[in-house]
Design a protein around this ligand. Structure first.
Ligand SMILES: Nc1ncnc2c1ncn2[C@@H]1O[C@H](COP(=O)(O)OP(=O)(O)OP(=O)(O)O)[C@@H](O)[C@H]1O
Length: 574
């Protein structure tokens, strides 16, 4: 019914229009809204991290005491006491780390889940046009990987940055205290390190972005093809699809390998420098000691320990820069999704309750799909009296489904208006409208669950008796009786265990349960045989005699069954 999927969505006009810096700061504010409620938990994590840093910093000092005042002074008491303190501190650090992790994981997951729920709520409001031009795999990647990346940076990385900074500042102070001369030597090596990394990093960033894009291509491919296995089999396209996947994988491997190798070099160089620094410290320190410097062996060992301890936070801080580059890509992708505008909200006159019965009037209606070169239709005028039985027919692509999407306000017209019982549809709350104007489409969408669950999808509170009545009217009981658990039988994902006609009958029963003021059957009984279809339509009349019924069908139905036959768009030959 819909146009084939167009190429991947470019950035939405709204997203493209706003200056990048402004959009980024909006996005921060949005993300901060989810972090704020977790302030107390994050504060506790920070405090515990500080304690862990202090416990860590005390270790080199205790090492110095152990060597200088214990081992070299041959004082067993000091050795035992210092060793005891070192063990106690290590245990304390373990307990602190455990508590910290417990608080952190909870807060971090709540933030991610909050962001994803908000984004999913946004996706649920988007018009069909958006889904017609967006690949499902791409959308999933934004909701999964990209959002995860943003959350990890917003929470985990920032906490690790604070932690690393505290450790680093503490260690540097300690190093300067232990030996200013050795600290200077270390600073020189660090400067070399920074220069090399600033050359390597941009290459790693570009490669990781390309590697992420290649990964998204693979997931988009899999989502599309896994949903179309049957079509692939019947077109004997297995080997073609496999070789396409092979091609995509080859690109992923190539980019991943390049990103990993450069990443390895970026990580290995600081390690090499660290080893050189430790060797340098011992060599320079020992030479100084031999030349009469009052440097003690304990101080030298403590200094080397400090340097080794400083390497982890230093790595973490450098990694943070790399992560920031990846996050910028992810932020952009999340932002593009957030910037897709949902249809404008109009405060409805009718928030709920029954819609009064009345005529459906269409005046000068026109609609152009987003990105489409021409209008699906224009200048549409119709009047369908309340309770009328109407057959809407017309050539393929003439805009019948577009018209029905407009009736449900899934999309908005570019000109004209539609009214129901003298109320402009734009004045009716969307949820209320969709409870009273129900559509059964050709493609019956079923979810994992029982047949009864699927029938109840629009009215979860419906009674057993109501469900049974609509199941009978729509002909569901015909096949449900043959199933082991009747209406309590579970259907597989998307109702795949049922035939097309069976799925359509479940969808019809679901619509009947809504007791709508207007029922549109858009090729919704096309998979039923003629006798079953006629029986189902007669049952609809019997069950909902006052409901306006619009049947959209290409079939040669009997016009005598209808009060009105509309050739769509009005004026075109029947
Ligand atoms: N999301 C979309 N984006 C752009 N163009 C679209 C979109 N959906 C439909 N169209 C175009 O709008 C026109 C009307 O399509 P529509 O699906 O409403 O026709 P239809 O009468 O229901 O066709 P059929 O009888 O084949 O189901 C077609 O030219 C179609 O290509």
């Amino acid at each position: 019914m819909k146009a084939d999927a167009l190429p991947v969505a470019p950035q939405s006009p709204a997203a493209a229009a706003a200056p990048a810096a402004q959009r980024l700061s909006d996005l921060y504010r949005w993300a901060a809204g989810f972090v704020r409620p977790e302030r107390a938990a994050l504060g506790r994590v920070l405090l515990l991290s500080l304690l862990a840093v202090l416990a860590g910093l005390a270790q080199p000092l205790l090492t110095r005491t152990l060597i200088d005042d214990g081992i070299l002074a041959r004082d067993a008491g000091t050795v035992l006491a210092t060793g005891g303190w070192m063990v106690a501190l290590a245990l304390a650090a373990l307990a602190i780390g455990f508590t910290c992790r417990r608080i952190h994981v909870g807060a971090s997951a709540r933030i991610l889940h909050g962001m994803r729920e908000a984004l999913f709520a946004h996706v649920l409001r988007l018009p069909p046009d958006y889904f017609a031009r967006t690949r499902q795999g791409d959308l999933l990647a934004r909701l999964e990987g990209d959002l995860g990346e943003v959350q990890r940076f917003a929470v985990d990385a920032l906490l690790s940055a604070i932690n690393s900074l505290l450790t680093l500042v503490g260690t540097v102070l300690l190093l300067a205290l232990l030996s200013p001369k050795l600290a200077l030597l270390l600073a020189l090596l660090m400067a070399v390190n920074a220069a090399v990394l600033s050359w390597v990093r941009p290459r790693i960033e570009a490669l990781s972005r390309q590697s992420r894009d290649a990964g998204v291509e693979v997931s988009s491919f899999l989502v599309e093809k896994v949903g179309a296995v049957r079509c692939i089999q019947t077109h004997v396209a297995e080997s073609r699809e496999l070789s396409r996947l092979g091609g995509l994988h080859a690109t992923v491997r190539e980019r991943l390998l390049a990103a990993q190798l450069w990443g390895y070099l970026g990580g290995a160089f600081p390690n090499l420098l660290l080893s050189l620094a430790v060797i340098g410290i011992f060599v320079v320190g020992s030479l100084s000691m031999l030349a009469g410097d009052p440097l003690t062996l304990g101080t030298l060992v403590a200094f080397a320990t400090c340097v080794q301890r400083a390497s982890a936070p230093l790595h973490a801080l450098m990694g943070l820069y790399l992560q920031w580059q990846r996050v910028k890509v992810a932020l952009g992708r999340v932002d593009e999704l957030r910037a897709v505008p949902p249809p404008p909200e109009v405060a409805g006159d009718l928030l709920d309750g029954a819609l009064p019965a009345g005529d459906l009037v269409v005046r000068d209606l026109a609609c152009t799909h987003a990105g489409a070169p021409r209008a699906a239709f224009s200048g549409l005028n119709l009047t369908i009296p309340a309770g009328a039985r109407v057959w809407l027919r017309g050539p393929s692509g003439s805009g019948k489904s577009t018209f029905i999407d407009l009736l449900q306000r899934l999309i908005e017209p570019s000109a004209g208006w539609v009214s129901l019982a003298c109320i402009d549809l734009r004045g009716i709350d969307r949820a209320a409208l969709r409870r009273h104007l129900v559509v059964v489409s050709q493609e019956a969408v079923l979810f994992t669950g029982t047949l009864a669950d699927n029938i109840r999808y629009g009215r979860p509170d419906a009674s057993e008796a109501d469900v049974t009545a609509v199941a009978r009217a729509a002909g569901v009981d015909d096949f449900a009786a043959r199933l082991p658990d009747g209406l309590a039988t579970r259907v597989g994902p998307r109702g795949a265990s049922l035939s097309g006609g069976e799925r359509q009958r479940v969808a019809l029963a679901r619509a009947l349960l809504m007791k709508p003021a207007v029922l549109v059957i858009d090729e919704g009984t096309s998979s039923l045989d003629g006798a079953l279809e006629a029986r189902a339509l007669a049952a609809v009349d019997a069950l909902l005699p006052r409901t306006t019924r619009i049947v959209v069908s290409h079939r040669a139905l009997d016009p005598a069954q209808f009060d009105q036959v509309i050739d769509f768009p009005p004026g075109a030959p029947a």
